[in-house]
Design a protein around this ligand. Structure first.
Ligand code: HDE
Length: 679
């Protein structure tokens, strides 16, 4: 993308962008440097001089390059975007960016994993952060969400405990970015409020195929407030235009070695190519008077409002259309804060949200070195900032005023508040909620049902999703050393579903539990990933080509797939040219887990290559579509697949391309019986 930017935020950032083209090397003070390769010394082999300011500056700068990583969500990737609302929502909210459909609001989004450190792998079993900063004309609005709609704890006071349990264990810092260890599962078995979240974590939602194919949720119930001060409860949802899709666990394990940057690379590459990811912002609205009509508490972040009860209303679209230019300056230094809200949006008394409102600003003071981090270009609002805040580490502004207090007469009474001027337009006004009660330290009794929605989630899963959940429990608990913890988890699962508990117990070698807790039988079909929008666009296809491939057959199919928006990589036993095709990757540098599908387009000459055979077998094991062009049958025979579901063969040309594209767009072919297939 060009650096000229198309919106107010990009124009603001342009002032800070620095390029070195055609420049001269200088010190930080702007003094020209003669040589940056040799220290100042006495003679050829003599001691280095302390006087060498260039050497000292270089070393000092290097010594201080690192800043603390985020305590959670350390591993992340960012992108700029733009948001536009479909129609004015002014009857619900006075937020300017939600009231004017002609307004394009600049955004910055950071996706992240939670538990892993900054250099950890992308494809781990974890929640994903989906944090959006809207640079609105009324100030920054941060929607700091996740790709799960529920959280493992109900009260922010438990956040430290939860995070300490999932992070590497204190004695040895093992394991990195994994939930499969004793302390997390000890926390889970002792805190039944985790159970709904744990069902999401054990499902494939925790291993998204792409940040472009993942939902986002504001999690808490927030409030819209209109110009008359009327409130409406609101839950925010981001819905990816490409549908919600996940990887499979075995694939994830192999990806961690093959490409630890799998999700980061995918986001970067697609934006560079101009295939801009899009998300629809939807809301669930609940009238104030309906607050208590649900069988759970709207203030409880371990609960969803089932979409069948309150349907989603699409309100606008965000397009991510620009990569950052400097990872540190933009993606690392961006500071989100749930307390960054604008007129028309307000909090509720969700105790998790209330704690977050303190935490986010507080944590940046250590991470970004002081209270002026809002002045860092990526964090700077496009709305003007005027107040009496002064000084502090790294102050960038030169405040040219005689006063720094309010009220004042010396400075002409400025900056003037709305109350001073009598002009209330565009100022934040808190929702006037009536509150009363005793000061207590106690969880609300309305938060106490920890299982109904965990059961709802389980009941809503398709067969393949249930199988993956059971396997996930077995993998995770298989890494727990203390049997007493595993046993207690199984006891918890009995409350979710007897069949689930039995399957997990069996795998762990426990006697089947007597399931005495009846399943309520309700489901919410919207929770399943079984039925998603289908498209071959941006899907990555590995095209296995050999020197004996028939270009006349392969060429038109490649063209037809690319014409439908698929990304096709030609993979051959060697670099250079294979048949008449330019090779993108050599077989030993590629692997099926980097792709959504495989097109076998090679002849007999690929069969002796174990990697080519493995490519096809592994793709089959992971449920991926496999296309077989004439001449490639020997490779399929060598792969000795146990079935043909999702294997497209017979013919070539556009008809074949269409059938194969449909199989790829289906994402995975779960009807295969791959349990016994080794890959
Ligand atoms: Fe966060 N969380 N969180 N969290 N969170 C942070 O803030 C915290 C919670 C989420 O890309 C930290 O700047 C507390 C829920 C995202 O920079 C920290 C509680 C949800 C990101 C923090 C929660 C989130 C963070 C660490 C419980 C989903 C990454 C660095 C009361 C709705 C933002 C930072 C980015 C980051 C605290 C719970 C999402 C420590 C105390 C619920 C996406 O302030």
């Amino acid at each position: 993308m060009p650096a000229d930017g198309g919106n107010d935020k990009q124009r603001q950032l342009d002032q800070y962008r620095v390029r070195e083209d055609g420049t001269r090397y200088t010190t930080d003070q702007g003094t020209g440097v003669e040589d940056t390769d040799n220290s100042l010394s006495v003679g050829d082999r003599g001691p280095t001089l302390l006087e060498d300011f260039h050497l000292r500056e270089k070393i000092t700068r290097f010594d201080h390059e690192r800043i603390p990583e985020r305590v959670v969500h350390a591993r992340g990737s960012g992108a700029y975007g733009e948001f536009q609302v479909y129609e004015s929502l002014s009857e619900l909210t006075c937020a300017d960016f939600l009231s004017d459909p002609s307004l394009v609001t600049p955004t910055f989004v950071r996706f992240s994993t939670v538990a892993g450190e900054r250099g950890s792998s992308d494809t781990v079993r974890d929640v994903r952060g989906f944090a959006t900063k809207f640079y609105t004309r009324q100030g920054n609005y941060d929607l700091v969400g996740n790709n799960f709609p529920v959280f493992p704890i109900q009260d922010g006071i438990k956040f430290l405990d939860f995070v300490h349990s999932v992070k590497p264990e204190p004695r040895n810092q093992i394991p990195q970015a994994q939930s499969a260890h004793d302390t997390l599962w000890d926390f889970v078995q002792l805190q039944p409020e985790t159970m709904h979240f744990i069902m999401w974590l054990m499902s494939d939602r925790s291993i998204p195929r792409s940040y472009r194919m993942m939902q986002g949720f504001g999690v808490h119930t927030f409030r819209f407030v209109n110009a008359q001060g009327k409130g409406t409860f609101v839950k925010f949802h981001w819905r990816p235009k490409l549908g919600t899709y996940s990887l499979v666990w075995d694939e994830v394990l192999r990806l961690q070695g093959n490409d630890p940057d799998f999700n980061r690379r995918d986001l970067w590459d697609t934006i560079e190519r101009g295939d801009f990811p899009e998300y629809e912002l939807c809301v669930q609205l609940v009238a104030e008077e309906d607050e208590h009509k649900f069988d759970f508490d709207l203030l409880d972040s371990s609960k969803i409002i089932p979409e069948e009860e309150v349907p989603l209303r699409p309100i606008g679209t965000m397009v991510l259309n620009r990569n950052p230019q400097n990872f540190f300056a933009e993606t690392e230094q961006v500071a989100f804060c749930t307390a960054n809200i604008v007129p028309g949006i307000d909090f509720t008394n969700d105790p998790l949200l209330q704690a977050r409102n303190f935490s986010y600003l507080d944590t940046q003071i250590t991470r970004l070195g002081g209270p002026n981090h809002q002045q860092i270009p990526i964090n700077r609002p496009i709305a003007p900032v005027h107040n009496d805040h002064r000084d502090g580490f790294h102050q960038h502004m030169i405040h040219d005023s005689d006063t720094a207090y309010s009220k004042n007469s010396i400075g002409g009474g400025c900056p003037a508040t709305a109350a001073d001027t009598g002009n209330m337009e565009g100022v934040f006004r808190h929702y006037q909620e009536q509150v009363s009660g005793e000061v207590i330290r106690r969880r609300s009794p309305s938060f106490k049902d920890h299982y109904s929605q965990a059961t709802l989630f389980w009941n809503s899963m398709a067969g393949w999703e249930k199988t993956h959940i059971v396997n996930a429990f077995l993998f995770e608990l298989g890494h727990v050393e203390r049997r007493s913890i595993k046993e207690k988890v199984v006891e918890r699962l009995v409350n979710v579903d007897g069949d689930l508990a039995r399957q997990v117990a069996q795998g762990l070698g426990f006697p089947p539990p007597d399931a005495t807790v009846p399943n309520h039988g309700r489901s919410s079909p919207a929770l399943s990933m079984d039925d998603q929008p289908r498209s071959v666009a941006t899907r990555q296809i590995a095209v296995l080509v050999g020197d004996q491939s028939d270009s006349g057959v392969v060429g038109p199919v490649l063209e037809a797939l690319r014409g439908r928006g698929a990304i096709c990589d030609v993979i051959a036993p060697h670099e250079g040219t294979a048949a008449t095709f330019e090779v993108d990757k050599q077989l030993s540098a590629a692997t099926s887990v980097l792709y959504d599908a495989v097109l076998a387009a090679g002849g007999q000459d690929l069969v002796p290559d174990g990697y080519a055979v493995q490519f096809v077998r592994e793709a089959f094991k992971h449920g991926k579509a496999i296309g077989v062009l004439p001449g490639a049958e020997p490779l399929l025979e060598a792969a000795n697949l146990p079935g043909r579901q999702g294997v497209v063969d017979g013919g070539a040309g556009d008809d074949f391309a269409q059938r194969f594209a449909e199989a790829v767009a289906a994402h995975r072919h779960w009807d295969r019986d791959v349990a016994a297939f080794p890959a």
